[in-house]
Write a protein that binds this ligand. Sequence first.
Ligand code: ZN
Length: 227
Amino acid sequence: MEPRSAWGAKPPKSTDPLPLSKVERLFIHYVGAGRAPVGRDAEAGMLRSIQADHMGKGWKDIGYSFAVGQSGTVWECRGWGVVDGATRGQGGVSLSICWLGNKEVPSDAALRAIDGWVAEARNRLGRDVPVLGHRQNPKYPGETDCPGDEMQRIIDGGRWTVKQKEDSFMEPKVLLRDKDQRIWLCWGIFRKHVPTPTQVELLKFVGVQDRTNVDSTALIETLSRVP
Ligand SMILES: [Zn+2]
């Protein structure tokens, strides 16, 4: 993580404090013009020109909370504790990171850097907020192509999707006895997840067809009718 001074940021005209308790989601953006800068010096230069462009439009500062380059460097822009200006209608309830690219494929280094940024954000927030592309802005969905098809494909692929914690579907446990007097320990087919082979067998036994999205109440009702 490089501080603003590392890219020669001008001071903001003003800042609005962002209480992290208000942050509901993280947005990924892209530059969407020209070519991705190669190397840290070129990335820093691009950030200076983006800042000049944004402040030239009357914004308080560069719009993003952070930026990330193909080099794998995360650059501080407005930072953690400041309302950003990158995503319409989402200032004060989100944080943003701009990938410094356009038509390119995001580099492994850039993606790993975003991994780290997302992890740090969730750690600071103390909760697993979702990661969305700018085009997924819930207030203005589809109003932009940002963050580009390549990056959006990675977002849609689930790289930053919150994983179900192992122990959250280990609970609650239900003991069942089937018609052959076998005892089954039924652990949590209560959330959307891919069931284990044992669970698949159990679900077959109770006649549940859709094995990927089982409603717990319906399942318990079904199971309670097992002789
Ligand atoms: Zn954007």
